[in-house]
Write a protein that binds this ligand. Structure first.
Ligand code: MG
Length: 356
């Protein structure tokens, strides 16, 4: 066997002499001989396999301590170790990708950060209310802010437009302070009272004395949010590719479904499907559902009006929501509804959750 000098060995292994000296210090790849007078190091050509493996693992950015354990394994176990390492890198990169996307939105006013229940989360959000293809006025309201996300669908004309805007406005002051995770229900309940009084005032100012709107909103406190809901606007959660409706429609057809007198698919196409069983009205009646939920990093939330859910299928909504920024997702959802004829106004809010 002819021994190789450190220079020749370094060239063959595509490692620098400096790196070889470091690996010697770590016991990762010691030379087989060192000249007693000159201090020159000599390597056995049989060490090239190990040297190449170390070089390749370094190119994967694997830490030296981890390389040390991988090179001691038999090839099959080493293959498993590389697979496990790479899965960690991919997951970490995806997490950093979410953080980078959040930062872009945060720095441009489309994201916020907050702490609650000891966890700091960021949300990225976008919202839009579109007039659609048939209506001549827009009675839907969409709102996406640092802690509050909301949609409202006002009923019939100008009073409806004022009603949906007033309902959202009643909740907006909640953004001015950080509401504790334990105070979400109380804070939302107080805002419900403000909304009901505002609608009573609007109703009193209209000819027919009506001011009606649906309302669905989320108020965030760290990774926890309060959900307030009345009518047939909806909240959905997309988690692990599965879209789940978080709200229960307060409609006449849904009450028939609940009683087992109609199927969900019949309700979805029923001519009277827009008839509301409950809504914010000018009479002060209509108590919304209020619930509290815990979000997870990677969750995506959608709030929308029936102008979306009556025209775009759940499958299509799920597909559009996957892999786009909140801003792009909102734009594309509104486009899909418009492509389907959009007989009604369309309100959409989309928000993503990242842990910071
Ligand atoms: Mg509508």
């Amino acid at each position: 066997v002819e021994l190789m000098t450190i220079g020749a060995f370094a060239r063959a292994a595509r490692l620098s002499p400096k790196a070889l000296r470091r690996y010697d210090e770590l016991g990762l790849l010691p030379p087989v001989a060192v000249d007693g007078t000159t201090g020159y190091r000599f390597y056995d050509p049989a060490q090239l396999d190990r040297a190449r493996l170390i070089a390749w693992l370094r190119r994967l950015d694997m830490p030296l301590a981890r390389i040390q354990s991988v090179v001691e394994l038999d090839p099959v176990a080493a293959a498993e170790a590389v697979t496990a390492y790479w899965a960690e890198v991919v997951a970490d990169t995806a997490g950093r990708g979410r953080l980078a996307a959040f930062l872009v939105d945060y720095l441009t006013g489309r994201g916020s950060a907050m702490t609650g229940t000891g966890i700091t989360v960021g949300i990225r959000y976008a919202g839009h209310a579109d007039i659609g293809k048939v209506r001549t006025s827009n009675e839907d309201t969409a709102y996406a802010g640092s802690r509050l996300l909301a949609v409202a669908d006002g009923v019939s004309g100008e009073a409806g437009a004022r009603a949906s805007a007033a309902a959202v406005a009643a909740f907006q002051p909640l953004e001015a302070r950080a509401v504790g995770a334990g105070e979400l229900v109380e804070a939302l309940g107080a805002a419900v009272g403000v909304a009901q009084r505002a609608l009573r005032d609007i109703a009193a100012s209209t000819v027919d004395g009506e001011a009606v709107t649906t309302f669905t909103a989320m108020l965030w406190s760290g990774a926890r949010f309060g959900l307030v809901h009345i009518g047939d606007t909806r909240a959905y959660r997309l988690r692990d590719g599965v879209l789940r409706q978080l709200t229960h429609d307060h409609t006449w057809v849904q009450s028939l479904v609940d009683d087992g007198r109609m199927s969900l698919s019949e309700a979805a196409v029923h001519p009277q499907r827009a008839l509301l069983a409950r809504a914010f009205t000018g009479t002060g009646a209509g108590e919304p559902d209020i619930s509290v939920h815990d979000a997870e990093a990677g969750d995506r939330y959608l709030l929308c009006s029936d102008g979306l859910t009556h025209t775009v299928s759940t499958e299509s909504i799920t597909e559009v929501l996957a892999g786009r920024s909140p801003d792009e997702a909102v734009t594309r959802l509104v486009e899909r509804a418009n492509e389907a004829g959009a007989p009604d106004n369309i309100a959409c809010v989309v928000a993503d959750v990242v842990t910071l």
